[in-house]
Design a protein around this ligand. Structure first.
Ligand code: 13P
Length: 250
């Protein structure tokens, strides 16, 4: 049995006070979270240390939205995996579609980030997703297959630290979700690709769905066989709405 994960990606939202309030409001609801769901939130870098300290002992774990592809040095504005680790952050999102498409991160750069996090023994929430034109053109499976290469040549002991998130770009922030069937189809494809390399170990890998997950669609999507929870953007910015989604994963 795979333990579900529901992760909130706050992206570039929230003032300091708003971030504190959101984190505290969410933690206050943790009694209502199903015991078989892991809950993660990814606030902007500037709030990570404080929220992680406040959250010691909380079920709401704090993770990063990104990390640098280099180890250290003259990379103005970047934050390394080892810095995150040094403040007690154990997990980060890598390869989010906004990083790939808005900031132009290549597959190679994403792979380097994965390796940086693994070197620090951190968990990687590794995102893949096709654009609308790619789905319409029928190349979506190839696109996902290419993106997956970043995690297909790891030692099995390192691969254990990978959580995959399938986020079709056309469903992010658009209010349009993949249908539960479309999600299951791609999740099952992803698991089959992982299985080709890692065999039975791939049955343990959590594959999250992301893209306009809301309380009214979460349980249907999370109910699919190969969907092990969600990566949630907009709906994670309200504690009670996000808590509803967490409950749907139980
Ligand atoms: P939305 O839930 O706002 O569509 O965002 C999804 C996402 O990009 C999470 O990483």
């Amino acid at each position: 049995m795979r333990k579900s994960i529901v992760a909130g990606n706050w992206k570039m939202n929230m003032s300091h006070v708003e971030a504190l309030n959101l984190y505290k409001s969410l933690s206050a609801l943790e009694e209502s979270f199903p015991s078989n769901v892991e809950v993660l939130v990814a606030p902007p870098y500037v709030y990570l240390n404080e929220l992680n300290n406040i959250g010691k002992g909380s079920r709401v774990k704090v993770i990063a939205q990104n990390c640098a592809s280099n180890e250290s040095g003259a990379y103005t504005g970047e934050v390394s995996a080892s810095m995150l680790r040094s403040i007690g952050i154990n997990s980060a999102i890598v390869g989010h579609s906004e990083r790939r498409h808005v900031f132009g991160e290549s597959i190679r750069e994403v792979t380097e980030k994965v390796l940086m996090l693994l070197k620090q023994n951190m968990q990687v929430v590794f995102c893949v997703g096709e654009q609308l034109s790619e789905r319409k053109g029928g190349s979506h499976f190839n696109v996902i297959s290419d993106q997956l290469q970043s995690v297909l040549s790891l030692e099995p002991s390192l691969f254990e630290k990978i959580v995959v998130a399938y986020e079709p770009v056309w469903a992010i922030g658009t209010g349009e979700t993949a249908s539960p069937e479309q999600a299951q189809e791609m999740h099952s494809f992803i698991r089959s690709k992982l299985n080709e390399v890692y065999g039975k170990q791939s049955n343990q890998t959590r594959i999250l769905y992301g893209g306009s997950v809301k309380p009214n669609n979460a349980s249907e999507i999370f109910g699919k066989q190969d969907v092990d929870g969600g990566l949630v953007g907009g709906a994670s910015l309200d504690a009670s709405v996000f808590a509803e989604i967490i409950k749907a994963a139980g």
